[in-house]
Write a protein that binds this ligand. Structure first.
Ligand code: PEP
Ligand code: MN
Length: 338
C-alpha cells in the first residue's frame, strides 16, 4: 500500500502514522519528496481500511497494490480449484457442467417431470427454488421444505444432484441435510451473516453476483465464506443492473476471464436471469462457453406460460436440449467437454 502525505504534515503526525502501521506488523518505508511525503507499506494490509486512513487530514491519497482478498486470490493458490458437488467436478479443465430446472419448485410430480426432461437433454444437475426472493411480498414465496423434499425425491429418481437457494441461516440445517449445492442469491450476496453461516459448513456454495456489485465486492463475498473455513465456492454471473431496458439485466461476460485471472475458483453463467428472455438463452449460453465458463445454470419448464415464476425466461426441454447440443460443439473448439 502506498500512502501520500502532504508536505506540510508536522513531524509528530508522520511519527504517529508510522507507529500505527508498525504496531500492525507492517514494514514502513518513508520517502521525502519535494511536494509530498510517501509511505510504502509492506506486509498484510488486508485489515487496513483505506477510508479510515483517508480520514487523516494530512493524507492526500491511498493506493492499494495488493488485492484485499487472500483465500480466493490466485496469487497464493496458482492452480485452479476443482469443486466436487456430489461427485460432479466443477472447474479446472473438467467437463463444463449444465444445471437445468424450474425457477420455482411447483410440486413433486412437476419437479420429477422436469428433472427427467433435463436429464434426458443431458443436464448434470437439477436446479429449483423452494425459498424464493420475490420483489413483491404478494408474489409466490416458494414451497419451502415441501419444495426441498420434492427435489430430494427427483434426485432419488434421476440421480441428478440438486441446487437450491438458501435465503436465511435458520434453514441451513435443512440445506446441509438435503441439498448438494447451496445457492446464495444475488440479493443476498452481501448478507454477511448468511455468508459466514455457509462458510462454517462443508457444502459447496454457488455464489451469485449481486444486482449491482463490483467484481471486487463479489470476490470479497467469497472471501467471507472462505475465511470461515469453507473453500468450496463457485461464482455465478447472473447479469447486473444497467440502464438497458431491452433485457432484464446486462450479462457481463468479461467477468469469466477476470474471475479466472484474479481467483482460482470456478465460475458458471446464468443466462436466464441475465437476460430475462428465453429467446436470448441459446446465444448467451454459447458465448459463455466460448468465454471459458465452467458451467451453465438455465431455467427450464415444461409449460413456461404457466410457470409460477420466471416463465418468460424459461426454456422448454427441447430448446434446452438444443442449447446443450450446440454447446458441446463450442466446448470442443476450446478443448473442453460438455
Ligand atoms: C434464482 O436463481 O432463482 C434467482 C432468484 O436468481 P438471482 O438471485 O440471480 O436473481
Ligand atoms: Mn428465476
Amino acid at each position: 500500500m502506498i500512502i501520500t502525505v502532504k508536505k506540510e504534515a508536522p513531524q509528530q503526525e508522520i511519527d504517529k502514522l508510522i507507529q500505527g502501521f508498525e504496531k500492525r506488523g507492517l514494514q514502513v518505508t518513508l520517502i521525502h519528496g519535494d511536494n509530498y511525503n510517501v509511505f510504502g507499506l509492506v506486509g498484510d494490509t488486508a485489515g487496513l481500511d483505506d477510508k479510515t486512513i483517508r480520514a487523516n487530514p494530512f493524507v492526500e491519497e491511498v493506493t492499494r497494490i495488493a488485492a484485499p482478498y487472500k483465500k480466493a486470490n490466485r496469487l497464493f493458490h496458482p492452480q485452479d480449484s476443482i469443486i466436487d458437488v456430489a461427485g460432479i467436478k466443477i472447474g479446472g479443465n473438467e467437463k463444463i457442467v449444465v444445471i437445468g430446472g424450474p425457477c420455482s419448485i411447483e410440486g413433486a410430480n412437476e419437479t420429477l417431470e422436469i428433472a427427467e426432461a433435463v436429464k434426458d437433454a443431458g443436464a448434470d444437475m437439477l436446479r429449483g427454488g423452494a425459498y424464493k426472493p420475490r420483489t413483491s411480498p404478494y408474489a409466490f414465496q416458494g414451497m419451502g421444505t415441501e419444495g426441498v423434499l420434492a427435489m430430494v425425491e427427483a434426485r432419488k429418481q434421476t440421480g441428478l444432484p440438486i441446487v437450491s437457494e438458501l435465503m436465511s441461516a435458520d434453514k441451513l440445517d435443512e440445506f446441509v441435510e438435503y441439498v448438494d449445492l447451496i445457492q446464495i442469491g444475488a440479493r443476498n450476496m452481501q448478507n454477511f451473516d448468511l455468508l459466514k453461516a455457509v462458510g462454517k459448513v462443508n457444502k459447496p456454495v454457488l455464489l451469485k453476483r449481486g444486482l449491482a456489485n463490483t467484481i471486487e465486492e463479489w470476490i470479497m463475498a467469497a472471501e467471507y465464506i472462505m475465511s470461515e473455513g469453507n473453500q468450496n465456492v463457485i461464482f455465478c454471473e447472473r447479469g447486473i443492473r444497467t440502464f438497458e431496458k431491452y433485457t432484464r439485466n446486462t450479462l457481463d461476460l468479461s467477468v469469466v476471464p477476470i474471475i479466472k485471472e484474479k481467483t482460482h475458483l470456478p465460475i458458471i453463467i446464468d443466462p436466464s436471469h441475465a437476460t430475462g428472455d428465453w429467446k436470448l438463452i441459446e446465444s448467451m449460453s454459447l458465448a459463455a462457453i466460448a468465454a471459458g465458463a465452467d458451467g451453465l445454470i438455465i431455467e427450464v419448464h415444461n409449460n413456461p406460460e404457466c410457470a409460477w415464476s420466471d416463465g418468460a425466461q424459461s426454456l422448454k426441454p427441447e430448446r434446452f436440449a438444443e442449447v446443450i447440443r450446440k454447446g458441446k460443439a463450442i466446448a470442443q473448439v476450446i478443448g473442453r467437454d460438455m
